[in-house]
Each structure stands twice: as structure tokens, then as C-alpha cells.
Design a protein around this ligand. Structure first.
Ligand code: 13P
Length: 276
């Protein structure tokens, strides 16, 4: 049984100078490949069910899938709700066996975000579950613009919510298919100076690999969320598998061929977050 909470993997990461990957899952094929990759690299992994995953598969089913994988894994596995937008969604995740929830109140005013996040942290902690919050909106490639995190607001948010991890907006953008740009390290250092706990970067796919590794080792960023980069690897593997044999129609036979390429892509991601 290696099911753990977010705090149980992020606190050691904070002390030892590495980061843990929050890998965005869409279904059984990718989540099982991510656990195989984590076992091959001997590192913990955070399986994340975000909004599009939940649109496809109900939370109680996802909770059972994550827990089954965790219970049979040789490394610590966190069952995490990504971008919960309401207290109700977080409550359902907790009831479904998730060990960590993220409440995203980053589109709300500071006072609303603090009040709602604090209430969800209390609910989560009472159930032995961790909670991640977000301060400063992280935008979307080709969509909503980011609103960078203010270090003083981050300090207030951390103090008044008691979150286990805090997602920040420092030049990161969700859904980037390339690694142009990179994170604003001066802003990260300013946030580190006013806060104490683990920091989280969403939109990890868009961060240059060298910066991802350097920050995993040399900053309080303890969790990088990575989705697009792995979805691209899965999509390519699926396309290749379908095209390999136009006669084939059994989807299990097709999906089997995605396993090894997705494990390889996930291993490359995990390698970048190891300590020195
Ligand atoms: P990317 O898909 O841009 O890697 O972002 C993942 C993420 O932040 C999920 O919350």
C-alpha cells in the first residue's frame, strides 16, 4: 500500500531539494504508464484528474483506479484532484478516495479565494487529505491571460488558508506545445522570500527542461504539473498504432502499443525532477 497524501511527498521534496511530478491523466492507459515510469525511476508520482478527465470518467471511478494503482505500486502515489472549482467537487473527490485536492479560486478576488480555500483546507484536513491552492491566475496558451502572483498576496494566502502547497503564476501558461519563454526567476525568488511552504508550477510542459531541472533542485518549487507534453506523446503513439495496421479494430490491441512510448516519455519528465 503506497497511497500517500500530497504533503507526504512534498515535505520530503522540500527538505531534500527535488520536485515531484503532477502528471495529468485522461484514462487508464496513461495513468498506468505513469506509475510504471515512476517505478522504473524509483520516484513518487502524483496522478492528477483534471476537468477534462472528469468530463470523461466520473470521480468515484477515477478514485478507485488511482487507489488500485497506488496499492500495487512500489513507489508512493498521490491520488489528486486537479483544478477543483467548487467545494462540492472537492468533497466528492474526498469521498471517492482521493488523498489530495486542488481548489482553484484564482479567478476570484483575493478575499473570496482565501475564504473559500481556507474552508476547503479545513474539510480536507479533517478527512486526512491534503489541499493545494492557487494565488495569481495561470493563463492558457491562445486563451485567457495570466495575472502574475504578488509576493505579499502569496504570503497572506499561505498564512490565512493553511494550504499544503501553493500554485503560483510566474510566467507559466497552461497547454503550451513548445518550450519558449520560461519562468520569471526574480518573481519566484520574491515569492520565496515572503512564504515558507512548497510552491507549485502549473503548465510545466511549457517550461524549458534545463530551467525545470534547475528549479526542482534549487528552489522551493516542489511540484511541476505536466500534461500537454505527455498528451502529445500519447497522441503520437496512438496515431502510429492505428496507422500500423489499417485492418485492426480492437482498441485494446491498438492501445497496448501506446504503453511503452508513454512510459518512456514519462520517465524523461521524471528524470528532470530528481535531486542533485
Ligand atoms: P500543461 O498541460 O501545460 O503541462 O499543464 C498541466 C497543468 O498545469 C495541469 O494543471
Amino acid at each position: 500500500m503506497t497511497l500517500v497524501t500530497l504533503a507526504q511527498v512534498l515535505q520530503p521534496a522540500l527538505k531534500q531539494g527535488h520536485a515531484v511530478a503532477g502528471l495529468v491523466t485522461l484514462g487508464w492507459e496513461d495513468m498506468r504508464a505513469y506509475v510504471a515510469a515512476a517505478e522504473a525511476e524509483s520516484v513518487p508520482v502524483i496522478l492528477q484528474a483534471g476537468p477534462s478527465c472528469r468530463e470523461h470518467t466520473p470521480l468515484p471511478v477515477l478514485g478507485k483506479m488511482f487507489r488500485h494503482l497506488a496499492e500495487n505500486a512500489s513507489v508512493p502515489v498521490v491520488a489528486h484532484l486537479d483544478h477543483g472549482y467548487t467545494a462540492e467537487e472537492c468533497r466528492i473527490a474526498i469521498d471517492s478516495g482521493f488523498t489530495s485536492v486542488m481548489f482553484d479560486g484564482s479567478r476570484k478576488s483575493l478575499s473570496e479565494n482565501i475564504a473559500e480555500t481556507a474552508a476547503i483546507v479545513e474539510m480536507a484536513h479533517a478527512a486526512g487529505v491534503s489541499c493545494e491552492g492557487e494565488i495569481g491566475f495561470v493563463g492558457y496558451s491562445g486563451g485567457e491571460k495570466s495575472a502574475g502572483t504578488d509576493p505579499a498576496e502569496a504570503a497572506q494566502f499561505e498564512r490565512e488558508t493553511n494550504v499544503d502547497a501553493m500554485a503560483i503564476s510566474v510566467g507559466n501558461v497552461h497547454l503550451q506545445q513548445d518550450k519558449q519563454g520560461g519562468l520569471d526567476e526574480a518573481r519566484i525568488r520574491a515569492i520565496e522570500a515572503t512564504t515558507q511552504g512548497p510552491l507549485v508550477i502549473h503548465g510545466g510542459s511549457g517550461v524549458p527542461l534545463s530551467q525545470r531541472s534547475a528549479l526542482a533542485r534549487g528552489s522551493r518549487i516542489c511540484k511541476f504539473n505536466v500534461g500537454t507534453e505527455l498528451r502529445m506523446a500519447f497522441g503520437q503513439a496512438l496515431r502510429d498504432a492505428v496507422n500500423n495496421d489499417p485492418e485492426r479494430f480492437d482498441r485494446v490491441q491498438i492501445l497496448k502499443e501506446t504503453h511503452d512510448p508513454v512510459v518512456a516519455a514519462a520517465r524523461r519528465v521524471l528524470q528532470g525532477f530528481k535531486g542533485a
